[in-house]
Design a protein around this ligand. Sequence first.
Ligand SMILES: *[C@@H]1O[C@H](CO)[C@@H](O)[C@H](O)[C@H]1NC(C)=O
Ligand SMILES: *[C@@H]1O[C@H](CO)[C@@H](O)[C@H](O)[C@H]1NC(C)=O
Length: 699
Amino acid sequence: MWNPWFIALYLLWSGVFAILEQQEKPQFPEPLNEEGFNTQLKAGLHVVEFYSPNCHHCKALAPTWEKTWETFYEEGKALHIAFSQVNCLLSGDLCAKEKIGYFPTIRLYGPSGVIKNFPDDAKRSMENLIDFARREANDPSNSEIVDIKSTSIQLSGDKFNQLLDGRGSQPILVSFWPSKAMRSTDDDMEFENCEDCRPFQRTWRVLSSRLLSSSISTGHVNCESSAKLCEELGFDDLVKIRNHSYERLPRVALIIPGRKVNNLFIYESKFSTSVSDYEDFATRVTRNSEAPFISSSDVKQIAERDFQLSASSAFASPPQNLHIVFAYNPKTVVQEDFAVLDHLVEPLSNIPNAYLYKSTDDMKQTSRSNLDSLYKIMNSNLDGPEKTIKEEFIDLNVMDQNPTFYVFRDGDRIPHVFPGYSTTEVRDVDRIVTWIESLSLPFMNEVSTSNFKELLNFIPEEYSGLAIQLIDTSSPVLFEKSSRFLEKFMLAGYDYEDFRMGYVVNVTSAERAKKSKKMSDLKGKGASAKKRIQAAIQDVPHVDDNKVVLGYIDISKSSNTLSNMGLAHRGDTYKAGDVIIINKVTKFVYEHNAAGDVLTSESSSKIKNALISALLPKATPSPPRISGHLLSTPFGDSFRFLDSLHQFGFFGYLGLLSVVLFSYKILRFYSRSKVNRKYKAKRNTLGILGKSNQKKLRD
Ligand SMILES: *[C@@H]1O[C@H](CO)[C@@H](O)[C@H](O)[C@H]1NC(C)=O
Ligand SMILES: *[C@@H]1O[C@H](CO)[C@@H](O)[C@H](O)[C@H]1NC(C)=O
């Protein structure tokens, strides 16, 4: 029956197939030897794993690494970044030269050498490795070939103190190293307990050349030889190793020339080897310390810079800056009013993208005209009755106080005025900074696994919602569609904001009415003057809550983003256009409208209504009920009713326990009093539990 011809044909076919398959599917490569390392790394970027075949962690990582290589190969080719390996048992010299201290070590290399380490605190998962590669491939400073030498000058303690004394001629960015005698930061150095020092040498070299164009010079301090200075600055660990299992990191500070106080700014954000982080810090602090003037028409342009997906690279979203404007009247301002600006530079240096300005233009008028243009857009794009500006909201929030602060965000037409009614408040740095921080999120946020928690926890007392638009940028057609969805989504956000302003006005008027009633009651009762004054000075609290944070997720970037966030409630049925609303206070997730349809930005008004039902049901007499589920609930579907208990944490369970105990007691009572069996059978614990929980769910 087994015809030899048939067998031969079969063998031939499978041979051809194997060859075809081999040609189509690139093979997982052998680790690089020294020669391969030197030639291959000349082109593009490489994420290199240095491993030893005997190391336990390397063996555990091997399947993940291979899968990552396979998954990312094609995309990596397009982005000019590859995953490579070096076997340190076979290439010992190379690993010694690269100063590999432990296995596995994962590093990013560019044509001019090591750029950075894969973050220590990140799990070495496929998701994170690919995320890392994508991000680095999109950082233009990584592919910069730097043959140039560092222009950073070595600073002694004395020299540094002279600069601090205001005797410099330019702003200078200074780095602090755990070293004794490094002359140039390009020196081939060994640093003890500082895994990131060598990659940071490259960062510093690129920075020193980049900053030249901004007229900022660079310097460096050897902390082991300038111990006193480094200790005074709080960089003790760079002076001496006190703990060998503790990794040290270089530190950075900026000195502004021409003044003796408020002229030293320490980089306090998380350490990074990314050039742009320090470039942003140095240029922004330099600019903010001057607080340049901004005009009314510039501010208008800022507000009209609508968020747009960038077509060139789906990964890099356009910068969305925060512009803080100190608005004053030159006729009435006094010199002391400006002091607050100096004190703001330091806290603002650690809020990314925050720029400080002054203006003598009428910012109240400008805010008003921004809002006018917003209502024009809403009225020409949204169905339903014409919307009008909530005048009372403007009266409540835009004060005549002068000077005062305004915040304008790129692409945000809603006015933000500092809620300070007196001169003391407008000079209260902590209060101003807290207020600016509350506006520090961009108008439109790219939501990722790394910032999801942060967005979720961002001031829930003020922002009770997070609304996420799903987009897909994997093809030009989908990209176009996604841009339209985002536009409608933003409109829905504005529409909700209009509703919310009405709510704030109503709450505040109710509070005021209560207060004036109390006052007249006191008067009627003939209360003492003291009591009446006390009641009068009791401020009506400034409410401005239940705002929503807007964000988007590109579902084409990674298949598990949603599930990693605990959001993939509907499995893999999510598509571009869908909207997910999270109530950040109750942690409930809403994906359907009252009619049970999946929420999508096809209709702005449906999204707005869902936002109201999810975040502000108390503001409508009979809000349409929409049903949600708890974010990453630990319960399966059959126990979904427990969600509403879990939402209340400990007290929820305490409540459940008391219901159970109570029911048990009742049962005992009934059985003791020998009630007839038929009657007893009607009341079982489940019935009572079920009922009480059903009620809770609807609450
Ligand atoms: C040394 O540093 C490690 C890592 O930060 C820490 O866990 C440990 O407690 C430190 N030991 C001492 C003696 O400070
Ligand atoms: C605020 O009050 C007005 C007048 O009573 C009412 O028409 C409006 O619906 C209320 N708005 C909100 C959001 O509560």
